[in-house]
Design a protein around this ligand. Structure first.
Ligand code: PXG
Length: 296
């Protein structure tokens, strides 16, 4: 039998089938915790530093004290990948509030738990990348910035789950969420960009969207290619009538959107700006300088 993947929980490695947390963990009971989804490409953990910084910022917002330094966390991620002899991987980093009682008061949880899962990745299909994906604006709003905003990458993902279910039930690939004012926010685990007359637009974090690491990179590439990138409110109408629309995300990378609520975007094919950014992103994932090496 093939050796089981090893999962890191609080400094100890457990085989996948035995990697478990307590039913009293407030991560389970209340969604009280934070996470990151990270990828490794060809032996390099892509943008690991940026993901670790975001994890600690999310934790800071929740007043959750991670029991490892950022450096120790980085090492633990790399070591978990080594243990599993992975080069191309999906990494799920989770910090929960830890075990407490049945009240939601986090003071009852003396010790947060750190979980590092490294697994093989299921990548988006070649067809999705070549032809673009279909999307729909869902009834599920992004939580406002004064609620469980996705600015904090917390374990509260129920609105993403509901939105994803809605998309699936309607036979489209992915959902797009609006903010409480009706402006475009983001996908269920992707940031959104639109292109009109050679200019690039993306919703601000005031819509409750996560500050995506892939989005940040896409903005950087766009600017270095000479495009204007503006963070601004985008209406559904502006999306329907955009020349190009695309998603960015760790799982999605850069993926063209060919349809929004049955409206064809542009000519229905991935546009020139999207294609250039896809190529730039692809190049970055192959550059060891963009991440932390697993095997030195
Ligand atoms: N918005 C939200 C709400 C997210 O959760 C992104 C945007 C894209 O951010 P990055 O930093 O990845 O460019 C995310 C990222 C999953 C999964 O398992 C989710 C994310 C990342 C990786 C995997 O669905 N969320």
């Amino acid at each position: 039998m093939e050796k089981e993947l090893q999962v890191y929980i609080d400094g100890v490695y457990y085989p996948k089938s035995q990697a478990k947390v307590s039913v009293y963990d407030h991560g389970l009971l209340y969604g009280d915790g934070v996470f990151e989804g990270i990828r490794a490409y060809n032996g390099v953990v892509f943008k690991l530093k940026e993901h670790i910084i975001r994890l600690y910022r999310s934790a800071h917002a929740l007043m959750l004290k991670i029991p490892l330094t950022e450096e120790e966390m980085t090492q633990a991620v790399v070591e978990t990948l080594r243990k599993n002899k992975l080069r191309d991987a999906y990494i799920r980093l989770v910090v929960t509030r830890g075990v407490g009682d049945l009240g939601l008061d986090p003071r009852k949880c003396p010790k947060p738990s750190v979980i590092i899962i490294t697994d093989t990745i299921s990548i988006m299909s070649k067809e999705a990348k070549e032809k673009g994906i279909s999307t729909m604006i869902t009834w599920v709003r992004r939580n406002p910035v004064d609620a469980t905003s996705h600015e904090i990458k917390s374990l509260n993902y129920l609105n993403s789950v509901l939105a994803k279910m809605e998309a699936t039930a309607n036979g489209v690939d992915e959902a797009i969420c609006l903010d409480k004012n009706g402006f475009i926010s983001e996908g269920v685990g992707e940031n959104l960009f639109s292109v009109k007359d050679g200019k690039i637009f993306t919703p601000p974090s005031s819509t409750g969207a996560l500050a995506g690491i892939t989005a940040e990179l896409a903005k950087k590439f766009a600017k270095s290619l000479g495009y204007d990138v503006t963070e601004t409110n985008i209406t559904p109408f502006q999306l329907f009538t955009a020349d190009e629309v695309f998603f960015t995300g760790t799982a999605a990378e850069v993926v063209p959107i060919r349809e929004v609520n049955k409206r064809q975007i542009g000519n229905g094919n991935p546009g020139p700006v999207t294609k250039k950014l896809m190529a730039a992103f692809q190049k970055a994932t192959a550059d060891p300088a963009e991440g932390v090496p697993i095997y030195s």
